[in-house]
Ligand binder design. Sequence first.
Ligand code: SAM
Length: 332
Amino acid sequence: MDPRSEVLLRQAELFSGPLLLAGLPADDLLSHLPDAHGWSWHAGEHALLANRFTQRCHFGTQPGEREFQAAVVFLPKSRELTDYLLNALAARLAGRELFLVGEKRAGIERAAKQLGVFGQARKLDSARHCQLWQVRIEHAPAAPDLHSLAQRYQLQLPDGPLNVLSLPGVFSHGRLDVGSALLLEHLNDLPSGHILDFGCGAGVLGAALKRRYPDSEVTLLDVDAFAVESSRLTLAANALQAEVISGDGIDAAPSGLSAILSNPPFHQGVHTHYHASEHLLREASKHLASGGELRLVANSFLKYPPLIEQHLGPCRTLIDAKGFRIYRALKG
Ligand SMILES: C[S@@+](CC[C@H](N)C(=O)[O-])C[C@H]1O[C@@H](n2cnc3c(N)ncnc32)[C@H](O)[C@@H]1O
């Protein structure tokens, strides 16, 4: 059981009515709270929950239509996303209770200050390195319009300006990552056909690919519903058409790909996980057509080449600059 869920269950009497659990972990919590419903924006966690608790969890960027009498936000990493979640839920909870739970090292103490705009916040519990906060909504805000919270910037690329829109919580919100910038400079000579942007974030690489290779089919894939939504906004802002899918890991990708391009994930929440990236390197060959290419950018300190060579084939370093490397390997 996730420690944040354990802390909630220490006060289970507070959570017995219709409750919305926003960003809940994929654990046993729903089995202890029979009137609770989950809202997840992580495709992998949602799949686990939906499998176990049929019809008791939805996936997406919105709290959903279902009525609830109280809500709990599991503190996400991003302050902007926390702000969106709290406002989206407080808008539906005038006179009722909103809770915030999170790990101390994830910044719960600081985040709890964001509750102050809705009413008098108080700390209910502190245990398992977590804190649980509560506020009765005295000043209910208007429901936020998610798209109006998108940050927009424009990149000057050799083939023209590219508009990028990113929603709260999405990687490199409102600015271009240094690794992604390097990869954007090295999009030449990809085998055309069907190209995948794995871990698409705001869709900057996928959109640039679609414009560069208009005759190729381009698919963008991300585990995060806010990233998927951002990618759709970015494509639309550039009048580009490509498929955007949500899914956890390369297993969710189509097969027969001519190329996989990625700035793969390596941070998740307060923990560092390489799982999705290592799994990508191991399994890429199953999704590539013969002659297909894996091209990725990674921090120079990440030891990806041995894994790539073991599972795909000889790995070339196309460039080593600004602390990042671009690797390229072909399926034989
Ligand atoms: C380093 S960011 C790159 C984002 C974007 N391509 C860019 O260049 O700005 C990695 C992305 O991978 C996504 N991600 C993390 N774990 C994933 C998984 N298991 N499956 C698919 N995408 C994942 C994250 O949500 C994030 O958007």
